[in-house]
Design a protein around this ligand. Structure first.
Ligand SMILES: Nc1ncnc2c1ncn2[C@@H]1O[C@H](COP(=O)(O)OP(=O)(O)OP(=O)(O)O)[C@@H](O)[C@H]1O
Length: 308
């Protein structure tokens, strides 16, 4: 099985380091979400891993080898960086056939991936007639063409309709379950949470986190309990007696932070507080991500306090 190994990788553009002594490993059998604010260095890292740019120092290898040394690279690594890359005057099928021929991939794979990406009916239409979502599907078809062990996708959900987003989620999960190495960059936190097992997070070219998704969220966002009751006075009083503070929301539900149902459920039950709802709300990836990157976002809006 094949991992992506980024070791002490640096890429400088003039005095500025787009990637700065970056080290991480992407392992097979799971989907790794690749996150970071605008300009954090994700695309640069992907370009370096694919040999599209030369590092200033350090290495990025696939299965222990630099991408440019791979023979028939599409049979080892499939990538989607720019969905606009296909030539507009070619048909989708011809685009894939040309890629297949240059990498000694059987021509039947073109039809298989067109089918798999839902493009079979548009296969003989020119790419310039494709919608953004169809171009995205064609880019994903090209990435899958060589049945590669390693798949790198930059914002694969871009332009996809809701059905397409559900489809890509299932596809990524399946590719990982087949033992492939799958690295997916995205700005969509809900999306990433729905398909990633592991996260690599960059900020200003440096590694901010390399951790399982669940650990990332649990370590940054404390759980809270959501409550609805017909007797708010009893609720607030009981909680206060045990040192908990309940926050009321406009729709009438209450939140108690930094606690779980197991902790306060018995207290409320013993006190006879009538409950309509009592649930633990887990933290979201978006909350955890914003917590981590708040200090690292180059283009962050000024905070309310700073401008007040
Ligand atoms: N060819 C280039 N010449 C000069 N600077 C560049 C070049 N490519 C990227 N950069 C700079 O490197 C930094 C990292 O850019 P990169 O595109 O890798 O970030 P990213 O994490 O992919 O951002 P986004 O989420 O906005 O796509 C940015 O400051 C960018 O301006």
């Amino acid at each position: 099985m094949t991992s992506i190994d980024v070791h002490d990788l640096t890429k400088a553009y003039g005095p500025r380091r787009a990637v700065d002594h970056l080290t991480f490993r992407v392992l097979p059998g799971r989907v790794t979400g690749f996150l970071g604010p605008n300009g954090a260095g994700k695309s640069t890292t992907l370009r370096l891993a694919l040999g599209l740019d030369r590092p200033t120092s350090g290495t990025a290898t696939i299965g222990g080898r630099p991408y440019p040394t791979l023979r028939d690279p599409l049979r080892h690594v499939g990538a989607l960086l720019d969905a606009q890359a296909a030539h507009g005057s070619r048909t989708g099928r011809d685009h894939l056939l040309a890629l297949a021929a240059s990498n000694r991939i059987p021509a039947r794979r073109a039809d298989e991936v067109l089918e798999e990406t839902g493009l079979a009916r548009a296969a003989r239409h020119r790419v310039k007639t494709y919608s953004l979502g169809m171009r995205q599907r064609l880019g994903i078809a090209a990435a899958l063409l060589g049945d590669p062990e390693v798949i790198l996708l930059d914002e694969p959900s871009n332009g996809l309709d809701p059905e397409g987003i559900v489809w890509i989620r299932g596809l990524l999960r399946r590719l990982a379950a087949e033992g492939r190495t799958v690295l997916v960059s995205s700005h969509l936190m809900n999306e990433t949470a729905s398909f990633a097992d592991h996260l690599v997070v960059l900020g200003r070219g440096r590694l901010l986190a390399d951790t399982p998704l669940r650990d990332f969220v649990d370590s940054r966002v404390r759980p809270r309990v959501r409550i609805r009751t017909t007797d708010p006075t009893a609720l607030v009083g009981t909680l206060a007696r045990h040192g908990h503070h309940a926050v009321e929301h406009p729709d009438g539900h209450w939140t108690v932070h930094h606690t779980r149902v197991d902790d306060i459920g018995p207290l409320l039950s013993t006190a006879g507080v009538p409950l309509l709802e009592l649930t633990t709300e887990a933290g979201t990836l978006e909350e955890a991500y914003l917590d981590l990157t708040a200090a690292d976002t180059e283009f962050a809006a000024p905070s309310q306090e700073a401008t007040a």
